[in-house]
Design a protein around this ligand. Structure first.
Ligand SMILES: [Zn+2]
Length: 316
C-alpha cells in the first residue's frame, strides 16, 4: 500500500464538513435495538471472531476492508462516525495496525476513546521478531495465522466483551466455549497433518515472512522474499536471497498469498524449477464474503489443506 497517512487529516475535514449527510452503513445490520454493544474491529479476522462470540448482542464495524493491507490504513468518514459512539475497540496489536503511532491509535485519539474500552487480542501472545532487521528487532504482527494464537485471541475477545457488557456475560461465555472447541479441533489437525510430512520436506516458502508463528509452532523451516508488506517487496536482492534459500533447502513447492504481487515468486520459481502452488493461501485477510475462507475457522482449515497438500510430494 502507498503511504496514505497524509490523507487522514483531509478525510477528517471531509467528514466534519459532511457529517449530517446519511451514509450507507457497512457494518452488521442492526434493528433499532439500542441494547447492542457497539464494537469497532480493526480487520476481518477479528470481526469474524467478535461476531461468533457476540452474535446478535453486538453491532460490529469492520475497519480494514478485505483486499486492503491492515498494516497501513486511512479510516474513512463512516469509520470515524461509528468509532465516535463505539463502546469497545478491538485490535490485534503486535504492530499490525502500525503500533502506538499507527492509524488505529490515531483513530482512537480522534474520537477520544477511553483506554479502558480497548481489547488487544494479542495481550497474552509471545511476540516473534522479523529476521532481516540488522541489529534492530521488529515485531512480526501476523500471530493470528497460528491456531494456537487463535485460542488466545478468542479468550481475550470474550473477556473484553464480558467486561464491557456484564449483563450478557453468560451468553458470551457460552458462545466462546463452543467456538474454542471448534478451534481446538482444527489445531489438533494442524499438529497431525504437519507431523506426517517428512522432515526434509518441512520447508515452507511464501512471499511475506508472515507465517513465522505457524512455522515455529509446527516445526517448519520458513523461507520468504520480504519481511513485511509495508517495506520493499520483491527487490532483486530479496529475490536473489530467496533463490539461494530455495536451492539450499529444496522445498516441494513455493506458496503465494492472496494479497501479494505474484511476480517475484514466479521469478524464484523460474530460477529454481520449484513450482508455485495454486491456489493462493491466506495471510492478512479472510476470503471475500461467500467465497472460500470467509470465516476465521474456514481460513485456518483452508490454509492447512493447501499447505499440507503442497508440502506432500506426489500428492494428488
Ligand atoms: Zn502482512
Amino acid at each position: 500500500m502507498k503511504k496514505i497517512k497524509f490523507l487522514f487529516p483531509v478525510l477528517m475535514l471531509i467528514f466534519f464538513s459532511c457529517k449530517n449527510e446519511e451514509k450507507k452503513s457497512e457494518h452488521t445490520p442492526q434493528t433499532e435495538n439500542v441494547e447492542q454493544l457497539k464494537v469497532i474491529s480493526s480487520f476481518s479476522i477479528l470481526t469474524d471472531i467478535i461476531k461468533e462470540i457476540g452474535k446478535e448482542k453486538v453491532d460490529v464495524h469492520n475497519l480494514v476492508p478485505t483486499g486492503t493491507d491492515p498494516h497501513e490504513y486511512a479510516p474513512v468518514p463512516e469509520d470515524i462516525k461509528f468509532a465516535s459512539k463505539a463502546d469497545v475497540f478491538v485490535y490485534n496489536g503486535l504492530n499490525l495496525e502500525g503500533g502506538n503511532q499507527g492509524w488505529f491509535f490515531k483513530l482512537l485519539q480522534t474520537v477520544r476513546a477511553d483506554k479502558n474500552n480497548l481489547i488487544k487480542v494479542s495481550e497474552n501472545v509471545k511476540p516473534l521478531y522479523l529476521s532481516d532487521k540488522k541489529g534492530e528487532k521488529e515485531i512480526n504482527p501476523h500471530s493470528f495465522i497460528s491456531p494456537v494464537v487463535g485460542l488466545e485471541m478468542v479468550n481475550s475477545i470474550a473477556k473484553g466483551l464480558i467486561t464491557a457488557d456484564e449483563n450478557n456475560a453468560d451468553f458470551y461465555k457460552k458462545n466462546s466455549e463452543k467456538y474454542i472447541e471448534k478451534l481446538k479441533n482444527i489445531e489438533k489437525k494442524y499438529r497431525e497433518e504437519f507431523s506426517k510430512i517428512p522432515e526434509e520436506d518441512r520447508v515452507f516458502v511464501a512471499s511475506e515472512q508472515a507465517f513465522q508463528y505457524l512455522t515455529e509452532e509446527y516445526n517448519l523451516k520458513e523461507g520468504f522474499i520480504w519481511a513485511v508488506d509495508t517495506e520493499e517487496n520483491g527487490s532483486p536482492n530479496q529475490i536473489k536471497n530467496t533463490i539461494s534459500f530455495v536451492k539450499e533447502n529444496n522445498p516441494p513447492v513455493l506458496f503465494v498469498e492472496s494479497n501479494v504481487d505474484t511476480r517475484p515468486m514466479k521469478t524464484v520459481s523460474q530460477e529454481t524449477g520449484i513450482p508455485v502452488y495454486a491456489p493462493a493461501i491466506f495471510s492478512d485477510e479472510l476470503g471475500k464474503p461467500g467465497k472460500e475462507a470467509d470465516t476465521y475457522l474456514k481460513y485456518l482449515a483452508y490454509n492447512l489443506k493447501h499447505i499440507s497438500k503442497g508440502l506432500t510430494r506426489n500428492a494428488k
